[in-house]
Design a protein. Structure first.
Length: 372
């Protein structure tokens, strides 16, 4: 079997000159083979940048285009191809967008392998530890208490027992943040509640003050409290607050996670399978976390492709018992994957179809496709 083509498909809901919210654009890849099998992957990154990294003609040995690197290769040789892509993009890659692109392609290669061998991806990854995974719902806060109260009620009615709030202006105004969390706790007194600061707290002192102010709400974790490069501040916060600090959704490869773990000792790491280097690299990152007793709760806020890849991966691990379930109303989450893994009674069912098991809705794909 040989790879015959690699498609990089840029999807976007708003027009190019209109603001775009999380979940409203995506970069999907399809790897075609001469056996007729097609692998699907995605990355939650800057679609135009990733598309260029895939489609660019090669410049020289360590600055190559990913499509050219894969052309004619056997898609079942995933580890060799991962290393070939990593080496071939050394000058523009090793971290960041090139690893995001490799992540998408790696997921598609695993999808092909699953289809080829006729087994779900979690079987290829070593076996299924669970049939369903508890899910937490992530939502962006509304500007008023009534709106937030209603949002959480809807989540609880759906069966969520774990909720995360963050994004928008959350983290900018301590009084407003406190008011939002108070409303959430009023409605869901006994639920798991976590907050995501997206790096908005200013420094260690500021972050410590905010943690203390919120301590009474029994938060399950505090996500990305400080700017990404404030390693010193984050390490101090982890040591002094006693609250569970998490992060890492923007990190790529085991190397960045090793550094993150060494420098800050977080309670939880949150690699995104579409950014960290795909399923292949996620396995290394998981083992790193395991050896240090750190929990891994993957980031996941994009399409049903990411959701399926994450479910397969978590099912194949001993401790992968919590998955993020986007509350985005974007058609790219709700409708791009025809057989989107449903959320039911607090859980996501682990799929058992061969490969990744996702079926794309070609009409949705064409409707939101950016042609440039
Ligand atoms: Mg986050």
């Amino acid at each position: 079997m040989k790879i015959t083509n690699v498609e990089a498909i840029w999807l976007r809901v708003p027009a190019l000159d209109q603001p775009c919210e999380w979940g409203e654009d995506a970069l999907i890849v399809r790897i075609h083979t001469d056996a007729g099998l097609i692998g699907i992957g995605e990355t939650d990154s800057s679609p135009a940048v990733v598309k260029a990294l895939i489609e660019t003609p090669s410049s020289h040995e360590t600055c190559q285009g990913l499509r050219q690197l894969l052309a004619g290769e056997n898609p079942l040789e995933i580890d060799r191809l991962w290393k070939k892509m990593y080496r071939g993009t050394d000058y523009v890659g090793r971290r960041g967008a090139a690893i995001h692109a490799i992540s998408a392609l790696d997921i598609a290669l695993w999808d092909i392998a699953g289809q080829f061998y006729g087994v779900p991806l979690h079987t290829l990854l070593g076996g299924k530890h669970r049939d369903r995974i508890a899910a937490y719902g992530t939502f962006l806060p509304r500007s008023d208490d009534a709106g937030n109260r209603q949002l959480v009620r809807v989540l609880l009615e759906q069966g969520f027992r774990s909720v995360k709030v963050g994004g928008g202006t959350f983290g900018d105004n301590p009084i407003e943040d406190r008011s939002i969390i108070r409303v959430l706790r009023d409605v869901g007194n006994d639920i798991q509640l976590q907050i995501d600061l997206v790096g908005r707290w200013r420094n260690y002192t500021h972050a410590l003050e905010q943690c203390e102010a919120l301590r009474e709400f029994n938060l399950n974790w505090i996500e990305e409290p400080l700017p990404s490069d404030d390693t010193f501040g984050l390490a101090r916060l982890v040591q002094t607050t006693g609250m569970r600090v998490s992060g890492g959704e923007g990190l790529a490869t085991r190397h960045e996670f090793q550094q993150f773990l060494d420098d800050t000792a977080p309670a939880i790491i949150q690699p995104d399978i579409t950014r960290c280097g795909g399923i292949s690299e996620m396995r290394h990152i998981y083992e790193l976390a395991r050896t240090r007793g750190v929990q891994l709760v993957p980031h996941g806020f994009s399409t049903g492709i990411l959701l399926a890849a994450t479910a397969h991966f978590l099912a194949s691990t001993e401790t992968g018992d919590l998955i993020e379930y986007s509350q985005s109303e974007s058609p790219l989450f709700r409708r791009l994957v025809k057989n989107l893994l449903p959320f039911r009674d607090g859980y996501v069912q682990v799929p058992d179809a061969p490969g990744l098991g996702v079926v794309l809705d070609e009409e949705v794909l064409e409707q939101y496709r950016v042609r440039q």
